[in-house]
Design a protein around this ligand. Structure first.
Ligand SMILES: [Cu+2]
Length: 69
């Protein structure tokens, strides 16, 4: 079942940040697309199955940013 969730990521300021976050999230099992809106910090992640919150949080952390809320 395809799932789309929008996350708020703090601290992204440029295209490099976008690529870092996108790259880490794309490595998660089942993720098909990652779309980052730099202006708003909104990250839209589509996956084949629901993603564990913890996995998403760790991936964003790994990229060097922070998941809001
Ligand atoms: Cu940057």
């Amino acid at each position: 079942m395809t799932t789309t969730v929008i996350y708020d990521v703090k601290g992204m300021t440029c295209g490099h940040c976008v690529r870092a976050v996108t790259g880490e999230l794309e490595r998660l099992d089942g993720v098909t697309t990652v779309d980052v809106d730099l202006q708003t910090g909104r990250v839209t992640v589509t996956s084949d199955a629901p993603l564990p919150d913890e996995a998403v949080r760790d991936a964003v952390d790994e990229a060097g940013y922070e998941l809001a809320s």
